[in-house]
Design a protein around this ligand. Structure first.
Ligand code: AR6
Length: 170
């Protein structure tokens, strides 16, 4: 049985071991789900992000993930990952898959089982939604992650319907 669930709603309300954040390479907050997570977590999250090693301002290259404490969220950790800007890269599918895989790998390394995950790259980063759903759900069902309990928090009915349709095809 798949441990994948879909919820139409706000990821900042999730009570899980780790909340995955669709961040940018600087990892100092932003708009969209990143902004919502930072607002809900409070300033402790930004302080934790600042402690992450950086090179030329980059804390998390595209396709990778970093883990921090979660401030006021009802989670032990925030796992920050950076999906591709769809129009700017040659290999968006590989990078999007890598963002999910890197997040799940960090979760496993930190003993996290229950994860709340957004639709990475599906906002301002412009990933076509059906393709993104196929990649997100495909990676989430890969063997190394079968013990994770993954709940996607989808923020609009349109995205939720696309994820439901893709899950139904699996
Ligand atoms: N809960 C769940 N999903 C949400 C929430 C929320 N509270 N708020 C928005 N979404 P985006 P990206 C959905 O743009 O495309 C930030 O500025 C949203 O509707 O947040 O990966 C970062 O700092 C969409 O479906 O992330 C980066 O600079 C999905 O989350 C950049 O945006 C992702 O949209 C990352 O862009």
């Amino acid at each position: 049985m798949s441990g994948i669930k879909l919820v139409l709603g706000d990821i900042t309300t999730a009570e899980v071991d780790a909340i995955v954040n669709a961040a940018n390479e600087h990892m100092l907050g932003g708009g969209g789900v990143d902004g919502a997570i930072h607002r809900a977590a409070g300033p402790a999250l930004l302080a934790a992000c600042r402690e992450v090693a950086e090179a030329n301002g980059v804390r998390c290259p595209t396709g990778q993930a970093r883990i921090t404490a979660a401030g006021n969220l009802k989670a032990r950790y925030v796992i920050h990952t950076v999906g591709p800007v769809y129009a700017f890269v040659d290999n968006p599918a590989q990078l999007l898959a890598s963002a999910y895989r890197s997040s799940y790998q960090l979760a496993l390394e930190h003993g996290c089982k229950r994860l709340a995950v957004p639709a990475i790259s599906c906002g301002v980063y412009g990933y076509p939604l059906a393709d993104a759903a196929r990649i997100a759900l495909g990676v989430s069902s890969e063997a190394p992650y079968r013990d994770l309990d993954i709940t996607f928090y989808l923020f609009s009915q349109a995205i939720y319907d696309i994820w439901i349709a893709e899950l139904g095809r699996r």
